[in-house]
Ligand binder design. Structure first.
Ligand SMILES: [Zn+2]
Length: 483
């Protein structure tokens, strides 16, 4: 082959070759552009796809908050693709007052995101303390040293050193306050122990006067106080007290504090007889033809009375016995009831008194200590026979163990015979006061006294009086002695 030909061939070949290469290069560039475009479009599309699926962007998946802090779950939204945070719905059951982990769910359209809220208590309790003074006995408690212990959760107080000194002195004490999350504050204060040498004070144990049958609680209104022991013991011994029987009694109080100091108080209780309204019906000068009727009325009315008797009507003496047997009292009025005899001398009086006393004893089986002077102790008739005899007799009868009774209500049936019943009822019923001794007479002529008796009884009964026979201790009205 010729060189030129060969050259031509090469040129040809080269020419063909160069156009082919040009075409390849162009195609390659086109691919590259497509690839570049794809490389650009795929991530953008993917990003758009992703953003469409997860449009909510949070600042943090885990949010930690102190209990005291304010918290708005929306603040945790950084941004929302295609919207704004206000359009996000928040759902959570977080309780900001209780430590714990609480899920939060964020919703935007149909898309969701979630985070966890961790509520934590990291603040220790606020504690202020004070010193405490007590005796050498009390088991002290941390609360006694605390003025204020505050926290959002429950605070538990304790002694840092559980060994607490009991001897007198001033001791350092450390108090710890711990909240439910374990946050702790400690403060130091002082326990002051002093030796207690004072017994408790008992008050309200003043003497009392009671009426028999009245209720009484020996502990009522009685209080006990101690300078150290808030609840000292109080023992009451009222075992001797009998509220149903009049008398003077003592109730013993003994108080004791926890250090063993004792105080004793003795309280006087006087129980008085129950004060009743009492009527003593008294009949002088019997027995008589009317005594039986009087006794029948008294029996029917179930009323007790007193008869001051004489020896002047011996055929009725047996009625003294009946009267006594039926619960009435028999008193001595003198045997003769003769002023000129009984008041002629002291001796004459006492001789006469002895006679009636013997008669009463013989008839009823019992001596009487009850007296009524003829005319009463205030009579002036006696002055005709012996000057000053009443002054001495009233003393001497007492010395001999008698009690004499005048009256404080007069039926006036001695004013004459057959005083009208209405007059007797009116006068005999005029008695006032707690104790009434009514003067009436029991003689053959005193028919209107008998007739008035049921109405007199009715009058006092309707006013709440009790009818009693006299005894030596009974209320004894006594007139002013005039001779
Ligand atoms: Zn008389």
């Amino acid at each position: 082959m010729k060189r030129e030909d060969r050259n031509d061939n090469r040129r040809d070949h080269n020419l063909r070759n160069s156009s082919f290469r040009k075409t390849r290069r162009r195609r390659k560039r086109r691919y590259l552009i497509i690839l570049m475009l794809l490389a650009l479009l795929i991530p953008v599309g993917g990003a758009l796809l992703y953003l469409n699926m997860f449009p909510i962007f949070l600042k943090s998946r885990v949010v930690v908050k102190e209990m005291t802090e304010q918290f708005d779950a929306l603040d945790n939204v950084r941004f929302v693709f295609g919207g704004n945070p206000e359009q996000v719905k928040v759902e959570t059951e977080a309780d900001l007052t209780k430590p714990g982990d609480y899920p939060i769910r964020y919703t935007y359209g149909k898309r969701q995101a979630s985070a966890v809220l961790q509520v934590r208590d990291l603040t220790p309790p606020e504690l202020s303390v004070r010193s405490y003074t007590t005796d050498e006995v009390e088991e002290v408690k941390p609360e006694q040293f605390v003025e204020k212990a505050e926290d959002l959760s429950k605070v538990t107080l304790s002694f840092v050193d559980p060994e607490i000194r009991k001897e007198a002195g001033a001791w350092k004490i450390r108090i710890a306050a711990e909240d439910e999350s374990g946050n702790r504050t400690e403060k130091e204060t002082e326990l002051i122990r002093v030796k207690d040498e004072n017994g408790p004070r008992i008050s309200g144990t003043e003497d009392r006067v009671l009426v028999a049958g009245e209720g009484f609680d020996a502990k009522e209104a009685v209080s006990v106080e101690d300078d150290m022991d808030p609840v000292p013991l109080l023992e009451v011994d009222d075992s001797n007290l009998d509220l149903s029987v009049p008398g003077t009694y003592y109730v013993d109080y003994r108080a004791k504090d926890r250090s063993g100091n004792q105080t004793e108080v003795r309280r006087k209780i006087v129980v008085k007889k129950k004060e009743e309204k009492v009527v003593y019906l008294t009949f002088d000068d019997g027995p008589s033809a009317n005594t039986e009727k009087v006794l029948d009325i008294l029996k029917k009315e179930n009323v007790k009375a007193t008869f001051f008797v004489t020896g002047n009507n011996p055929k009725y003496n047996y009625l003294m016995k009946r009267a006594k047997e039926e619960g009435h009292a028999i008193g001595l009025h003198t045997y003769t009831h003769d002023y000129s005899r009984v008041y002629s001398s002291e001796k004459a009086y006492f001789d006469d008194l002895q006679k009636i006393s013997d008669l009463v004893e013989k008839t009823t089986g019992e001596r009487s200590k009850l007296l009524r002077f003829p005319g009463g102790s205030s009579n002036l008739v006696s002055a005709k026979y012996t000057k000053g005899i009443m002054s001495s007799l009233t003393k001497k009868v007492r010395e001999k163990g008698y009690q004499y009774f005048d009256w404080n209500c007069d039926s006036t049936d001695a004013a004459g015979n057959n005083v009208p019943v209405e007059t007797l009822v009116k006068n005999a019923s005029s008695g006032q006061g707690k104790q009434i001794n009514i003067l009436m007479h029991d003689t053959d002529a005193k028919d209107t006294t008998v007739a008035a008796l049921p109405k007199i009884i009715e009058s006092y009964r309707s006013r709440g009086y009790t009818f009693r026979e006299l005894t030596a201790d009974s209320f004894a009205p006594q007139h002013k002695v005039n001779n």
